[in-house]
Design a protein around this ligand. Sequence first.
Ligand code: ADP
Ligand code: ZN
Length: 723
Amino acid sequence: MARIRVLLTNTALGPLDYRLDPGIEAPPGTLVEVPLGPRRMLGCVWDEGSESAAMAAESVGDNRLRPIFGTYPMPPLPLELRRLIEWTADYYLAPAGAVLRMVVPGVALRDGGRPIIEYRATGTTPPRMTPQRSEALEKIGERQGSLRDLADMSGASEAVLRGLIKAGALEAIALSPDVPPPLPDPAFAPPALSEEQAAASATFRSAINAGFQPFLLDGVTGSGKTEVYFEAVAEAIRQGKQSVILLPEIALTEPMLRRFEARFGCAPVAWHSGLRQTERRANWRAIASGEALVTIGARSALFLPYANLGLIVVDEAHEASFKQEDGVHYHARDVAVMRAKFADVPIILASATPAIESRAQVEAGRYREIQLPARFGGATLPAIRAIDLRNDPPDRGAWISPPLVAELSERLERGEQSLLFLNRRGYAPLTLCRTCGHRIECPNCTAWMVEHRLARRLSCHHCGHVMPPPRLCPECQNEDTLVACGPGVERVADEVKARWPEARTAIVTSDTLWSPARAAEFVEHMEAGMIDIVIGTQLVTKGYHFPNLTLVGVIDADIGLSGGDLRASERSFQQIAQVAGRAGRGDKPGEVLIQTRQPEAPVMAALIAGDSAAFYAAETEARKDARMPPYGRLAAIIISSEDAVAAERAAKAIGAAAPDSPDMEVWGPVPAPLAMLRGRHRHRLLVHAARNFPLQKVMREWLGACEWPAKVRVAVDVDPYSF
Ligand code: ADP
Ligand code: ZN
């Protein structure tokens, strides 16, 4: 009898020990089904002696060990991936089983709750025939099913059935044999590269199969970064190795799939939450078998079990959406670098506005920077101009200032496209009673209800709570006293329609582009010239390439700067630089107008001067002075409960138990920025430590020694993005 250690998904328990009956092979990495209490659980055979502190295996005597139900006939998860799971759990203070769950989502292995492998009789008589065996074979007859199904049919134990499999009397049949994905052809339509592109791609090509190396591909918007990293992908394909390209939004995958197809002759494998169950399963299996040579997907594609990984690309690597804010709070960009390290392959982080963190890695000599300083094909970067709203205010009740109105009119006359950027979904962010001053708030969150006029409802952007727009003020019961305050994209769209009734407009937000198909339709309409003015949120700031788009107007450049968030300046800079980068990408020059009340703020000044180096230098200095990331470390502890008193008490107790250290400060507890979210009261502790402080170890010991009632939830966010 052998004892194996199994890491289970769907539980916060560490690896547990099981019995492995003779004759069954289950080396580390093998996916297995095991009992846990009355349940059947998916797990992965784990390495003996793996030392991750996050995992304390429960020790059980040999006689109490339960046998595993069976193994899945899938390639075992490679060692590099098991190490990544441990690293991620360790770094983000998360249960390893929750990370394993991202690697092996249930759908990957199961079909309607059953393992996808079924068995049937071969007709061969086993050399040693027992009464149990012959009865089982007789009852099974011509039918097929999983081991468990067959056990139910025949009344035989699964051990008997496994004996029959070994004896060759039962054989496995793969259901719905997955059709292998088409092979991308590196020679299908190679582009003629510019000199800079050729030099950059030569560097990437020679990095394939040369071990771990992180690159920062820093190229201005429209410089042709995609074509360059496609050449690295082409080289990986030539060498028979798998590549994965991570994108920040599902909406961007569709245009990317088409672009990939134009270059390589067929679509790559996609991975995102918009896939059908059967597609997910087929794609997962093609990735695990090594047949899928190129995968394009959202952040979760990073955790897939590539059999033969050769290259990772993170496009728009500065994007906040790579940070996962639920469950395991991981940053896909950072975990991707670790994956490349464990797999010993190159990784390319591509961005026109790299994160301060990535730049710091270049400065420290850990990442190699490859620059593309000019736009491809002689296109010039757009001219950026500020409109000082104090001097050029819009009309009353309007949001578009006179200079921007003039430019928009000109574009309409010339038949060119324009884009108005406002990072606010809906019609108005606040509904207020003009008589009593009452503000309509979400009952579950510390947040205003946002009016969505097109959908005829108010909606909370944090918990999804919706209500019909009230006719009476809920407070003073007056009729017709509620007014919409402030603009959202729908309201700006109304203003555009009122001003230019003939203009064809499109609103682009996650409300309107909720599926890849809708996103594809939008791109088609833009390319066909069926849209004159786009009004959009951050969703339109990245990736898109519309040659006839020559004007970008930023409705409120100051939105992001208030609030004192560590990344406020950086995020504003990136967002505005990215949206500006949508203008003038073809042969017509682009122009960008930024509406602001503080044109002298450093962010605006750098944008207007086109001097990103100045912005990065100033921001880096500020972070260094305050010992803020990446020159110091942060972690947030969010303590929440539906019971306000319990949440506050637990937060205070955890704060009071913080260890004393000259290299670590603990701030709080204070009410979290969203003091109430989904009906839970939230308190926050912020931990600030020196760069090389063993933050995880200290926090694990600290939190491990604390206790809190079951109704209190404690979530840790290491390297929080916004707070
Ligand atoms: P970035 O990602 O750097 O913003 P893109 O990769 O989207 O830039 O390239 C901008 C535009 O230039 C795209 O339409 C792309 O197809 C085109 N382009 C880039 N490089 C080439 C090339 N070598 N040959 C032809 N077109 C190119
Ligand atoms: Zn809410």
